[in-house]
Ligand binder design. Sequence first.
Ligand code: 4NP
Length: 154
Amino acid sequence: MKILMVCLGNICRSPMADGLLRKKVKENGLDIIVDSAGTGDWHVGNSPDERMRKTALENGVPIDELRARQFKATDFQEFDYIYVMDTSNYDNVQKLARSMEDMEKVDLLLNLSFPGEDLTVPDPYYGGEQGFQEVFDLLDNATDILIKQLKENG
Ligand code: 4NP
């Protein structure tokens, strides 16, 4: 099983979702590979945003090791589930889908927490420090639910 988290820059939201899920996968002894990517290429090779790294560390989930990469069409082959942070990420990823099977792998991450509501994880990049804690809390909750589902489905 392989799960991919996707946002725009791969330096704020998706690396945090990636870090949280990796930690929980490990804690629960699950055999799942977790990765993240951005639909844009501006930050390829970069560490996560300093403010996201600080919030991550304060909450006990360091993400300093992660490096940004761009989402690519072959990710559809490699991953079983692709969780996106907002509707713009959703559209950008779906544009690269080559089949119905590809398309069905993609969902908004917050549909785990708020089924069917199509809510988005707000982009904290241009906001203040508080936005990063809010993002952390949303991602923490969604990844808790994801882990619960993965455990139930064996
Ligand atoms: P992310 O946030 O998609 O959560 O990584 C952003 C990071 C960078 C930019 C936009 C959003 N940017 O425009 O550079």
